[in-house]
Design a protein around this ligand. Structure first.
Ligand code: CA
Length: 228
């Protein structure tokens, strides 16, 4: 069953989220504090998605996100932000979150986001197996892994999906919208800026020199291109 962790200290909001996710068929685990969330994830390593509130007593949602990502790159992470403060969102994403939703949100929006994240991380790759070899990069689409010069590059599921889209389209300029559609799905509610944030993070992981990226280049006013 698809397991989701909900970390939210306000009982009424947590209850609202939990009820709606259960109605949508998820197996939901609840946590009131970051510390509790970390414990629960240890007990439930098969959790697919974690919803993390940011403002919490004890360690905050960003710190929880950082700690989860330190050992788990496969789980999907959605931050629950109180206001649409751009900096909060960006900081959250830079610490390893895949997505964010701004309170107040509708049950439909929330379940759509969780569904989309699970779909992307579901290992639902077509049976077509094998490797995409573009030295110094080697992608294994069966294991969903990436190597650069024989060294494993740890990617989140979203980053992997972006990389795969790039490596399937070498030398082709891809618009932000195309990337958003392909990776986040056409039903995604959020902003196209999420593409830029993820690309920035991806560059930190794969470029030799982030100041002067050569693998993922910017196509001004349009999007990005994979090619070198
Ligand atoms: Ca809170």
């Amino acid at each position: 069953m698809r397991k989701v962790l909900v970390l939210e200290d306000e009982a009424s909001i947590r209850g609202f989220i939990v009820i709606n996710l259960r109605r949508a068929g998820y197996d939901v685990i609840e946590a009131e504090t970051g510390e509790q969330a970390m414990e629960s994830l240890k007990e439930h390593p098969d959790t697919r998605v974690a919803l993390l509130d940011i403002m919490l007593p004890g360690i905050d949602g960003f710190e929880v996100c950082r700690r989860i990502r330190a050992t788990n790159s496969r789980i999907g992470i959605i931050m629950l932000t109180a206001r649409s403060q751009e900096m909060d969102k960006v900081t959250g994403l830079m610490t390893g979150a895949d997505d964010y939703v701004t309170k107040p949100f509708s049950p439909a929006e929330l379940t759509a986001r969780v569904d989309a994240l699970i779909r992307r991380s579901g290992g639902e790759d077509p049976a077509q197996s094998g490797e995409i070899r573009q030295p110094p990069f080697l992608m294994n689409t069966r294991n969903r892994t990436l190597e650069k010069n024989g060294q494993r590059v740890k990617l989140t599921q979203v980053e992997y999906s972006i990389m795969r889209f790039f490596m399937e389209n070498p030398g082709k300029a891809l618009s932000r919208e195309e990337i958003l559609d392909r990776v986040w799905g056409r039903d995604y509610f959020g902003d196209v800026k999420i593409v830029d944030v993820n690309i920035r993070r991806l560059r930190l992981k794969i470029e030799d020199n982030v100041q002067n990226p050569i693998y993922i280049t910017t196509v001004w006013g349009y999007g990005y291109k994979w090619g070198f």
